[in-house]
Design a protein around this ligand. Sequence first.
Ligand code: KIV
Ligand code: ZN
Length: 517
Amino acid sequence: MSDDKVIIFDTTLRDGEQSAGIGLTSQEKMEIAKQLDRLGVDVIEAGFAASSPGDFEAVQAIAREVRRPIIASLARCVLPDVDAAWEAIKEAAHPRIHVFISSSDVQIMHQLRRNPEEVLDMAVASVERAKSHCEDVEFSPMDATRTDEEYLYRMLEAVIKAGATTINIPDTVGYAMPWEFAQRIENIKENVPNIDEVVLSVHCHNDLGQAVGNSLAGVKAGVRQVEGCINGLGERAGNAALEEVIMAIETRPDIYGVGTNIDTRQIYRTSRLVSDITGFPVQPNKAIVGANAFRHASGIHQDGVLKERSTFEIMDPQAIGWPSNELVLGKLSGRAGLRARLNELGFNLDKDELAETFVVFQELADRKPEVTDADLLSIMSSQRRISDVPAMYRLEHVQVSCGSHEIPTATVTIVDSEEKSVTDAATGTGPVDAVYKAINRVVQVSNTLTEFRVDAVTGGIDAIGDVTIRIEKDDRAYVGRGSDVDIIVASAKAYMNALNRLLATQDTRPTFDVPTS
Ligand code: KIV
Ligand code: ZN
C-alpha cells in the first residue's frame, strides 16, 4: 500500500462484537464481512479464534470465503492462542495474526501479575511464533497510552526485530486527548530505531468521546492504519466510528493529504446492515449516518441549500450512498424497474431472490402507493431477516382487537417447519403485549423482553414501522426485527424473528401446542 493511502482496519466483528448486548451468529458475521468487502476495507479482523469454538469457526469461514481483504484473527501473547489464530486464518488469501499484550504498569501488575521483563519476553516469543506461521504479523501493546514511554519503545523495538510488520498503538481505555496522542506517536517515531520498517497503526476507544479525534490526530502524525468499527461499536463506549474517520480523511485532503481505498457509496448500506443485525440503533444526530445527518431544519439553512448545496453541506449525501426519499417506484412498476433500482442501491439479486422481493414489493405498493428508496432498503433488510435465521416457526396470521374501552385481545396462527399450524389467543395490557402473550402460548419458550423499539422508516402517516426487540435467555441476548405498515404486525414479526434466533441456538425443540390449561 502506498504511503498516500491509509489502511482501514475494521474490527466490527471482534471489538464491535465485544459490545455488551451483541452476540452475532456465524452467518451474521459472514454477512457483515461480505459487506465490509464491498465497502473496500483493507483488513477485516474477523474475531478472536481462541476465545470460543464459535468464534474460531466464524473466523475460519470468513478466511475461506472473503478473498480480497486481509483477514486477521486476534490472539493473546500465549502460544496456543497464536496457533489457534493461525489455524483459523491459514486458508485466507491474505492472512494476518494480531497479537496483543498489556504494557501499562497498572495492567501488568494487577491483571497479568508478572514483571515487565517477563511481559516483554512473552511479546517477543508470541511475535516469533506468529511469524513462524505467517508473514503478516501485527502487534498491539494494550493500554499503550498509559504505558511508560521508555518501556514502550523497548518493547516495540524488540517485537519489530522479532518480525512484526504492523505496530498498533491502542488507546485501550479511551484516556488520551488528541494532541497528547499525536505527541506519543511522534515520540514513538523518534525513539524506536526500527519503526520505519513497519506500518504504524492506531486503535482508539471512545470513553471520553475522543476516539475519532485521536485516530485522526494519529493520521496527521503519520500513522498509516486506522482501526475502528462501523457505527462506533466496541467495548464500553465503543471504538472510533470508521465511517467518520473515512469521511474526515476524504473530505479534508487539505489537512490529511492522504486517501483510502473505501467505496464511500457503500457507507450508508454498511451502517444500516450492522445496525440491523446487531439491533444497535444509530442515533439520529450521529455524524455521517444518522437520520438527521443531511436534514436541514432551520429555514435559513434550507434556503441556503436550495440556492447552493455547499452553503450548508460539506459532503454530498450521495457520496455515502444515502437513499433518496423521492418517489421511485409505485404500484405499476414492474420487475425490471425494481431490479434496476435495487441495483442502483447496491443489491444484485438473482432470479429467485428478485421474484420473492417483487411479491413483497407489490404487497407494499398496494398499501403504500409511493415506494421510496428507504422503503426498498427496509424491504431488503426484512428479506434478509427471513433468509438469515433457520425459521422454525413462521407467523401466518395476527389479529388484534383493542380500543379505549376494550381489553386488548390478540389471536395468532403460527406454522412450524413441518407445516403444522396452531392458533391461540391471549389478552394483554396493550395490543403488543396481547400478541406476545398469544405467541408465547403457542411457542412455549421462556425469555425476558429487555428492549422494544419502533422506528418509522420514512416520514408520513403511511410509513413502514420498523420494530427492533431484544429478548434474553440464559444471559444471552437475541435481537429480532420486523417491518410492516402496521406496527402491531411489525412487532409480531420482530418477536418471531427473535424467537427463531433463540431457538436456533437451543438443542431441544420446545413444545409447540395449545396448552391444556
Ligand atoms: O483496545 C484494545 O487495546 C484492543 C487490543 C486487543 C488491540 O482491542
Ligand atoms: Zn479495543
